[in-house]
Design a protein around this ligand. Sequence first.
Ligand code: PGA
Length: 259
Amino acid sequence: MKVVYNSMIIFVKEDYEAMSKKAANMVAGQVNLKSNSVLGLATGSTPEGMYRELVELYKDDRIDFAEVTTFNLDEYYELPIENDQSYAYYMNKNFFSQVNISSENIHVPNGISDDVAGVCEAYDRLIERNNNIDLQILGIGNNGHIGFNEPDVKFEAGTHLVQLDEDTIEANARFFKSVDDVPRKAISMGIRNIMHTKKIILIANGANKASILKEMLFGPVTPNIPASVIQLHNDVTIILDKEAAKYVLEELKMRGVIQ
Ligand code: PGA
C-alpha cells in the first residue's frame, strides 16, 4: 500500500522482510541512478534486514558500491570500535565487509577521540565537501529520536556530543550485558545535517513504534519529538510494516486520506 500525506510518501508493507526489501530496492535505485551517491546510514535492529538485502543485491550483481561514499549517523562515545556493540563494528559486520565499498569512502563518527569538538566539526565539513548526503536512511527510537537526537534537541545543531536519554539507554540495554554497560553519551549527526540531506527514507517495524510514528506524522513539529522535523523536509519516504503502521493507518482513515 502506498499513501501520500503532507507531501510524504508512506509505504505499508506486509512484514519486516517486505519493509527491508523495499528500502534496499530504493537504495539500489539511488546508487544505480548515481553511482557516486553519498549515503547516510543508520544502525539498530531495524535496518539489519535492509543491509542483508543490499548484500544479496550486490552478490547478484544488481548494485555496485565502488564509487559510493557513506556517512553513519552516530557512534557511542568512548566505546572502542573493536567492541561488538560499537556502530563501526555493526556496520563492518552487517554491511561494509560484505560489499565492494572502499574503506576510504566510509565515515563513522570517531567516538574515542580526545577532541570531540574537532571530530564533530570535521565530520560536518566532510559531509559538506561531499556536497551533502543524497539519501539518508533513518530509524526512529521509541522516544522519537532520529540518529541520537534525543527529545529537546536543538534543531539547528550539526554533529555533536549527546547525552543519551534514559529511554534510549533502556531500549539499547538489550544489546549489552547489563544496562550499566550502555554508554551514556554518543556522537550524532544533528537535525541540521539530516534536514540538509536530499532525500530521507525512514523505516520502522513492530507494534512498539506505532504510537511514536503517529506523533511524528500528525503531531506538531517540536524538539520534544525530534523525528517530527521530517514533516518539513521536501523528500521523505516512510516504509513501515503493518504493525508499526497501525495508528498511522487509523489516523489516515479518520482524516479521509484513505478508505
Ligand atoms: P532500533 O532503533 O532499530 O533498534 O529499534 C531505532 C533507533 O533507535 O533509531
